[in-house]
Design a protein around this ligand. Sequence first.
Ligand code: ZN
Length: 304
Amino acid sequence: MKTDKNLYLGIDIGGSSVKYGWGNPSDGLLYFDKVHLNGTSLESLTITVNKIMGIVNKEIGLQNIIAIGVGTPGTINLKTGKLEGVNPNLQEWVNIDPKIIFPAELRDKIKFENDANLMALAEASCLPEVHNLIGITIGSGIGCGWVIDGQIYHGAHGYAMELGHNIVEVNGIKCNCGKRGCLEAYASVNGLLNRVNSNKEFMQLENMQDILNYSRQNLLIKGYLKESIQYLSLAISNLLINLDSGALIIGGGVIENPEFPYIKLERAIVKGFPHIQRDKIIVRKAIYGNWAGVMGALLISSRD
Ligand SMILES: [Zn+2]
């Protein structure tokens, strides 16, 4: 494929695959694909990214890419550019400069951003009339981004909007971050799996589909799923009470699973808003789905 359009590259790094695509803000994504990660080491990330660069070079020529945006789980220190915190799905993907997995000659073209922030940015581009939008992703972890007038809100240090680490249960289950009772420990896929699999009498479940399947026949698993929705709605309603955003967009692997009772979650969230707010906030599923991170990455790469 050869093109005379201005082209930007968007990349979304996840725990099991790296998604990528190219395009530009006016035409959107012109190409999208993903490459599965063969392991979660830095080496396998580097191999995968180099493989993608090879594909891009063959299809459109790397020299034709104006800039590259990259979405990643985890927190990026705004001063040092390094990844911080914990990254349960990619354990070596912390306390490093994330650009090291890219070929040296491309590093000046690259901008990194948290993946949930990029999801919120992509969804905000679909709602130009809404000036203040919250995006939430529910998957292996819980991510959250806030876009105000087209700009991602980072807070004073880059750590803003860590919804997954809001405490929903005093002295609750231990979270990956070291605290107890975080939302992520109850309502992310990893949190749910940890809860179920810590009961040794169960067979060990592996993914959200297992949880949804077994929740139909096992009261304990059904209870965990119900609690996850209660905690999610509590934390999300409280967030919206504080921020009074124009729109709340919910996405991620859990939400995209057609068997997840999304409507129960949406109703519980709206019920948690004060009456005066209920019919004013747009609440809906994410439009971009699987593509959101790549689209958001493409959008930030095109900005100065
Ligand atoms: Zn936590």
